[in-house]
Design a protein around this ligand. Structure first.
Ligand SMILES: Cc1cc2nc3c(=O)[nH]c(=O)nc-3n(C[C@H](O)[C@H](O)[C@H](O)COP(=O)(O)O)c2cc1C
Length: 228
């Protein structure tokens, strides 16, 4: 499978959340060899969408001539898009959000009723594409934290989506936390294997992956001690 990874962390390979994505891809690769390309979004020249809708009138071509042209081509050639990002203000970090806004040329301006809401129809057949979101965050709690990003992802990619969220993710870059992070990454690897084999991850495994690695109060106490 051709997998295009968008790393939305400005920390590139040193990112906390990329530990999770690497483990997931390792699991997928164990099941079957995958072709993976990673784009560190922060390194790309991506202008903001101006909202002019010119792409809707001139055959899907944006007014900007920047890296987004190649990125749109790469999306069209992929089987799976994996969005790796840290939660920023309960949502998607700005560079990745700018990239998502600039996928506008891939849909038409028409409004199509889908169940109880409306969406823009795609300009090409994306039915083969799978969408994976891997998101980590700094707080120990998932509730009242991940919901906006999860809701946005589900609305942007209503079908074929898989979502993994992990709280306390700075621990992935703390060697002293290996006793809890390594077993968690093993679970993520197992999820990657399941996903490659069956196209889905067992709900109980997803729930275990999304739970805090150490009790919320302990994690908060450690962070507060380090910061004081
Ligand atoms: C600008 C900014 C906003 C953040 N907002 C949140 C937030 O809303 N909730 C949360 O739990 N963590 C938040 N964090 C913490 C990051 O999600 C966390 O440090 C994450 O592990 C960073 O991952 P990375 O190394 O892959 O970039 C924020 C961090 C920054 C820099």
């Amino acid at each position: 499978m051709k997998i295009l990874v968008f790393n939305g962390s400005p920390k590139r390979d040193a990112s906390d959340t990329m530990h999770i994505t690497r483990a997931f891809l390792d699991g997928m690769n164990e099941a079957a060899a995958q072709e993976v390309k990673t784009i560190h979004v922060i390194d790309k020249h991506i202008e903001y969408c101006t909202g002019c809708f010119a792409c809707k009138r001139n055959g899907g071509t944006c007014i900007h001539t920047d890296d987004m042209r190649d990125i749109l081509d790469e999306i069209l050639q992929s089987d799976m898009l994996l969005f790796n990002f840290p939660l920023y203000n309960y949502g998607i970090p700005a560079p990745l959000k700018a990239l998502l806004d600039r996928t506008m040329p891939l849909s038409s301006l028409a409004m199509q009723r889908v169940g109880d809401h409306y969406a823009h129809p795609c300009q090409a057949d994306f039915s083969r594409l799978r969408y994976v979101m891997i998101c980590g965050c700094g707080f120990p709690n998932s509730r009242h934290n991940f919901e906006p990003a999860v809701a946005q992802f589900k609305l942007m990619f209503p079908s074929n989506h898989t979502i993994i969220t992990i709280p306390e993710s700075p621990m992935f870059n703390a060697p002293e936390a290996a006793v809890v992070t390594l077993p968690r990454l093993e679970l993520v690897k197992c999820a990657g294997r399941q996903f490659a084999e069956n196209g889905e991850i067992a709900p109980d495994l997803l729930a275990e992956i999304g739970s805090p690695m150490i009790p919320e109060e302990t994690y908060a106490a450690i962070v507060n001690r380090k910061e004081s």
